[in-house]
Design a protein around this ligand. Structure first.
Ligand SMILES: NC(=O)c1ccc[n+]([C@@H]2O[C@H](COP(=O)([O-])OP(=O)(O)OC[C@H]3O[C@@H](n4cnc5c(N)ncnc54)[C@H](O)[C@@H]3O)[C@@H](O)[C@H]2O)c1
Length: 262
């Protein structure tokens, strides 16, 4: 008997990258996992693979930017599986980062779309999942933030603003619903070599990142999914409202430290 037997999890953006790793992790630990994603082809592939290994998983096409689709998702999950115990707010509109420069150059429309995909979408999921959790006696929400929400950078302005917002959403939910047994924490990864990042990250940026990390390598999706499972579990019952970096130490070092290394 696993600690996740009988638990129901929604993982937004669970068809790829860190969301997919979390789907495999939680399903492997016995949870019933719903993949809420717009990438139906990949979601169905992950669903089939996890089911082939005996996992309980269901893909439900959902665009989490649309409130009506989030409401429909929550209604379907409750009617089919009876509860929602875990929400991994992982999806983000990452394609917009290609047009996300410094403040002066940033198109306000890109900022608005980024906030819609990266901040309003997880807000909508919290808004509609929390009442179900409260009704069922509690739950755990994990919001995927980023080190970009904790630090300044020369570009990715809209992305950073959205992730800083996700961190504040995390604190608001933790404080507002903690007494009703709903916990909420954020994970702040640095660069994680998902298939997408691995395909598009330029070599010079990759090297700069490793140079400025305290590890000699970048992270993998599985370096994050274990933390998702821990935060989702009762073993993390006294942790709420916090931001946990998974970042090879990048946010714990003085900016010049790695240039001073002998
Ligand atoms: N990969 C990194 O280096 C990194 C670092 C820090 C934070 N993050 C954050 O981690 C999370 C996951 O990133 P990833 O790199 O694994 O992403 P990914 O691109 O590998 O996967 C993202 C998934 O989200 C889905 N998605 C996008 N918009 C959606 C929407 N509106 N509704 C439903 N699904 C949608 C996509 O279809 C895809 O399956 C994101 O919140 C991202 O900002 C990523």
């Amino acid at each position: 008997m696993s600690e996740f037997d009988g638990k129901v999890a929604i993982i937004t953006g669970g068809a790829n990258g860190m969301g997919e790793a979390a789907v495999r992790e939680l399903a492997g630990l016995g949870a019933t996992v719903v993949i809420a994603d717009i990438d139906t082809e990949r979601a169905e592939k992950v669903e089939a693979e996890v089911q082939a290994h005996g996992g309980k998983v269901k893909a439900i096409h959902t665009d989490v930017r649309e409130e009506s689709q989030v409401i429909a998702l929550v209604e379907q999950v409750v009617s089919e599986f009876g509860s929602i115990d875990i929400l991994d707010n992982n999806a983000a509109s990452l394609e917009l980062t290609a047009n996300d420069p410094d403040v002066i150059s940033l198109d306000p429309q890109v900022l608005q779309q980024t906030l819609q995909g990266n901040l309003i979408a997880p807000f909508l999921c919290c808004k509609h999942v929390i009442p179900v959790m409260v009704e069922n006696g509690g739950g755990s929400i994990i919001n995927m933030a980023s080190v970009a929400g904790l630090t300044g950078d020369v570009a990715l302005t809209a992305y950073a603003l959205s992730k800083a917002g996700v961190i504040q959403l995390t604190r608001a939910v933790a404080v507002q619903y903690g007494k009703q047994n709903v916990r909420c924490n954020a994970i702040a990864p640095a660069t994680i070599l998902t298939a997408n990042v691995d395909a598009y990250m330029p070599e010079d940026y990759r090297n700069a990142y490793i140079h400025n990390s305290s590890t000699s390598y970048l992270g993998l999706p599985e370096d994050v999914s274990g933390l998702v499972a821990f935060l989702a579990s009762d073993r993390a019952r006294y942790m709420t409202g916090h931001v946990i970096p998974v970042d090879g130490g990048i946010t714990s070092a003085l900016a010049v430290a790695h240039d001073r290394r002998a």
